[in-house]
Design a protein. Sequence first.
Length: 280
Amino acid sequence: MDTGASVPAGRSLVFDSGIGGMGVVQALRDLLPALHIDYLADTALFPYGEQPDDLLTSRIVSLLVAACERLQPDVLVIACNTASTIALPALRQRLNIPVVGCVPPIRWAGRVSKSRVIGLLSTSATARRPYILQLHRDFAPDCRLITHGARRLADLAERAFLGEAIADSDVQYELTCLFNQPHGGEIDTVGLGCTHYTFLMDAFERLSPPRITWLDPAPAVARQVRTVLQDGPCPSTSRPGRLLMTCAPQDAARLEAAAQRLGFSQWDVFAAPAPGMVEA
């Protein structure tokens, strides 16, 4: 079992538009138990899929530059596919720490698929971005890629994380939209194109055809964090990890109960910088 004991304790900041990135937090806890984790959710602008790319890029860069200045992480983890696909280059240009992104696992799906027909379950915003087409061309050109941009799954996943029972019919509807497309019956591998979906993995596996291999990129993100931390010693910190949000949650009690399972004892509001205060 890999405990991550050989990796010096360091500070990480995990970012997502909501609480879906908690799946990445769980993978980090499993692989790197000594890692200090702060978490920032841009709940004031959730869901990101409804926002234009130029606004999002400026917002994400401004917010994370300010957060890194305040929290001083050794590594920044973008546990959000939308943010990763549009803002990684700008963040890496502005910050002097490693930035680990999370992109749809199309390359991974191309490696493991036997039928050469792969699926991608993502938000509608991720599904329509040219980045997906480029990933397909670069890393799985011999595969047929079938995508479904689900409008409701991110919300369902957040509710599942908070402990709410999700009706099978709600999940089944989105799966049917994927597998009922032309050639959908030939899919043998499906990648999760949204970190939120980790919390629905049990339902995906139970409600999809039994031959399907589901790919969750969260463990791969954790391994990449371990790799970048091994490049040099990182100082430890004595303060507890912080759960920060850009606006107060609607159900704070349920959020606190769910977050405690991942080591966060309380939440607080992180004031986003005003437009123009931090250049993007």
